[in-house]
Design a protein around this ligand. Structure first.
Ligand code: AIR
Length: 173
């Protein structure tokens, strides 16, 4: 009988404040999965569904999730609330939208009181939220460290090639 495939262990929990955030937030999950890291997205708001946020954190502790990412726009307190309820590393991803184009979310996420850190990435910095989570995980999981090495080599090759092509076009003129 064929062996049943077991689902990969979720290492990163990605929480986001609204279903409307998903077009940006899905890029966090996609970047993680390119590195072979399993994650899950949960829509839960620090203000609208605070019970859901707490329930997820409890489950994440039980299931040994290693890093949490809180994504939200406007009065973006989600990552901060998560950090208040866990000792896991928390990454904050402030999202644009609203009248202040993400500056409100950036300040709401980054300006945490001393003792309760949220590692905040740029507004809409989905890729860096994932890369930072991967770097944290690489301390414990050598295969993730290898995946990051490989990704860096590929990125370097892509960069050099694009630069060479752009310079070649200039000299043709
Ligand atoms: N939000 C939801 N609950 C608390 C906050 N800060 C954020 C969402 C979304 C923005 O409010 O993360 O970016 C607007 O949400 P909506 O659902 O009205 O589009």
């Amino acid at each position: 009988m064929a062996k049943k495939k077991t689902a990969p262990k979720i290492l990163v929990g990605i929480l986001t404040g609204s279903p409307n955030d998903l077009p940006t937030v899905v890029k966090v999950r996609d970047t993680l999965s390119e590195l072979g890291i399993a994650s899950e997205i949960v829509v839960a708001s620090a203000h609208r569904t605070p019970d859901k946020v707490l329930n997820y954190i409890e489950r994440a502790h039980k299931e040994d999730v290693q890093v949490l990412i809180g994504c939200a726009g406007v009065a973006a307190h989600l990552a901060g609330v998560i950090a208040g309820h866990t000792r896991l590393p928390v990454i904050g991803l402030p999202l644009s939208g609203g009248v202040m184009s993400g500056l409100d979310a950036l300040l709401s996420t980054v300006q945490m009181p001393p003792g309760v850190p949220v590692a905040t990435v740029a507004v809409d910095g989905a890729k860096n939220a994932a890369m930072l989570a991967a770097r944290i995980l690489a301390l414990k999981f050598p295969e993730i460290n290898n995946a990051l090495d490989l990704a860096a080599k590929k990125e370097r090759a892509r960069y050099d090639q694009t630069a060479n092509e752009a310079l070649a076009k200039l000299t043709q003129k």
